[in-house]
Design a protein around this ligand. Structure first.
Ligand SMILES: C[S@@+](CC[C@H](N)C(=O)[O-])C[C@H]1O[C@@H](n2cnc3c(N)ncnc32)[C@H](O)[C@@H]1O
Length: 412
């Protein structure tokens, strides 16, 4: 049995980014005579290597790969830069600083620097980071070159916590946590390993959940990342999926800190709700009115209820483990009971749109962190649910989130 990881969220958070999403170059973007891609927002940031045709994300234009081989290598080579620039901005608190100034506020690098908890910040360095992130559509940039000003846009607003704590910042920090980076450094070793395992296990000596259990700071990072992403996803789930209303009780299996249930019971306060996760995880969970936290192991048994909710847990596990979890859910359900699963569903398609590219990224994140964890297609879901004793008729409720769906199945 493969070891699970908290990466499920990585996957879904990578994919479940609700609109609006950052603007990326498309097939309709125009290229100028130096091959630089530009659109209404100006030149695309990946420009920088003279005399090269700049594509993005490995080339979306119809230029043959033979003509843009060098740029593909540059593009992949610099793939990490954006992640770390965003991390720097989040750690410095730039989105929060801009958010505190009120809607539409635009500050210069100097003004932002003055608000940092540091006596003599390097303003020039901050200006370069901001310029880079604005070019990547992370912030809006305005004003004359000598005094550029930066403001929040649809993307950076997702990095500011609001009163409900809805922010993707914890998730962004988790993806580039030093332990996750260590795992990625061992990706090549996964291929040569004598037995199937994750890069995380090779790098850190333990599968990710077991490691998290012994490293409270990492565990906190994982749990906060999951919770932050879940807040955004669950808002959409509760709005579009009405299958909670006729239930009396519900268990969230692998529910982390109880974030999903907190939103479900807010909409359906009559529900008796149990948040079920590993003991060290529920020990850190906050008190949530109407939600009881229960520690345990989903591979042994899960608490009984009218319905079992499972969000972004199966993506972390191999097929055998997924069936085992589902069998335990089946055992805990009464006649007519159902499982409600929220996960991205893999759409087999040859397209190279944003959702597919993110799915590809997510797949490698799952390989790195969990080893066997991956996305599945509709067909694979039906087969798996049937194997665990659920009815072959599976209801899929599509959500207005790229690749995120609700999968509903009743016990037979
Ligand atoms: C990626 S997280 C998803 C958390 C939550 N469902 C959400 O969407 O925010 C996977 C969760 O599965 C939990 N988990 C892993 N192994 C488990 C086990 N054996 N029994 C119960 N929960 C487990 C982890 O602790 C983690 O909280």
């Amino acid at each position: 049995m493969a070891e699970a990881t908290g990466l499920v969220h990585c996957l879904s958070s990578l994919i479940n980014v609700s609109t609006p999403s950052p603007q990326l170059p498309t097939m309709t973007d125009a290229a100028d005579d130096r091959g630089r891609i530009h659109n209404d927002n100006g030149f695309h940031p990946l420009v920088g290597v003279h005399d090269l045709h700049v594509s993005t994300y490995g080339g979306q234009r119809s230029v043959p790969v033979e003509e843009r081989g060098v740029e593909v290598v540059w593009d992949l080579m610099f793939g990490f830069v954006g992640s770390f620039a965003m991390r720097a901005a989040v750690l410095l608190g730039v989105p929060e600083i801009l958010g505190r100034e009120g809607p539409g506020a635009a500050l210069s690098a100097l003004e932002i620097a003055k608000r940092l908890p540091c006596e003599k910040p390097n303003v020039a360095a901050l200006a370069r980071i901001l310029k880079y992130l604005a070019a990547k559509d992370m912030f809006n940039e305005s004003g004359p070159e000598e005094e550029l000003r930066y403001s929040l846009n649809a993307a950076s607003r997702y990095l500011v916590g609001d009163e409900a704590g809805k922010s993707m910042a914890p998730l962004a920090l988790f993806q580039v946590h030093p332990d996750m980076i260590d795992a990625f450094k061992s990706l090549n070793e996964v291929v040569l390993a004598k037995k199937s395992c994750s890069a995380f296990e090779i790098a850190k000596g333990k599968p990710i959940f077991a490691y998290a259990q012994q490293h409270p700071e990492f565990s906190k990072t994982v749990n906060n990342a999951m919770a932050s992403s879940t807040k955004i996803t669950m808002e959409t789930v509760v709005k579009h999926y009405k299958g909670f209303k006729d239930l009396n009780s519900i268990v969230d299996v692998g529910g982390g800190l109880g974030t999903a249930l907190s939103q479900i019971v807010l909409a359906y306060p009559h529900l008796m709700a149990i948040n079920f996760d590993l003991p060290h995880v529920v020990a850190d969970a906050p008190t949530i009115p109407g939600v009881q936290h229960v520690g345990g192991n989903m591979f042994e048994s899960v608490p009984h209820a009218d319905a079992i909710f499972v969000q972004n847990v199966f993506v972390d596990w191999d097929e055998e483990s997924c069936i085992k979890i589902l069998q335990n859910c089946h055992k805990a359900l009464p006649e007519g009971g159902k499982v409600i699963i929220v996960e991205p569903i893999l759409e087999p398609s040859g397209s190279k749109g944003l959702a597919e590219r993110l799915a590809m990224d997510a797949d490698l994140v799952l390989l790195t962190s969990t080893g066997e964890g991956r996305l599945r297609t509709h067909k694979q879901w039906k087969k798996r649910l049937e194997a665990a004793g659920f009815r072959p008729r599976v209801n899929i409720v599509s959500l207005p989130l790229p690749n995120a769906s609700v999968i509903e199945a009743y016990i037979s």
